[in-house]
Design a protein around this ligand. Sequence first.
Ligand code: SAM
Length: 224
Amino acid sequence: SDHALSYPLSPDAIDWAALYPTSPSTPEFADVGCGFGGLLIALAPLFPDTPMLGMEIRVQVSQYVQDRIAALRATAAANPQSAPPGAYQNVSIVRANSMKFMPNYFPKHSLSALFFLFPDPHFKARKHKARIISPTLLAEYAYILKPGGIVYTITDVRDLHEWMKAHLEAFPLFEPASEEDLRAEGKGPILDAVYSSTEEGKKVERNQGDKWLACFRRIEVARI
Ligand code: SAM
């Protein structure tokens, strides 16, 4: 339940310096339902100048990720051989229900990447409205993404994959981006992390499950 959560009125109301002490700014990558933080912790050293934010609704899990980031920062500062002194300053997490008020966190056209990795499937039809991809939420995602920004989705649940793909295809501000094209653009390291850096992705690997990837580009002008 999220009844105890309070929300910022706008991105301007957020203390970005508390999240990114060495260079406060709004994030460029967002990981929705980040779980234990594996994706962002893999990406942070690869894109040291890109601020990235995880959103996680569970109290203990978001606290765990916060502690994990603090420990990585402290290790980097104390032990320059292990990582550059400023390492992991670009990664942070908030406890939030990402189905509410995304635009209160991310300014218009501010994100270049938005991740939905192994989201909860909500199998039953009456639960589909709880899915993280829906026409209403896609309008918010289109608003916070830059034109050219990428939505990355991956799941081991084929029905959820078809659902996310169908909704993104039907939305006029997104066009499919093939894995091949994204790799040709230099986004291979991001895709590799999407496939296998998260705790859920590793679990699917251990169980030899399938992984269904679908990526979409936020286009400049709506298709009509
Ligand atoms: N992305 C991670 C991974 O790949 O390991 C976690 C996947 S886990 C199956 C789904 C996560 O989304 C859970 O940690 C859950 O608490 C979180 N979650 C579900 N609904 C959410 C919401 N509305 N806002 C934020 N996080 C949410």
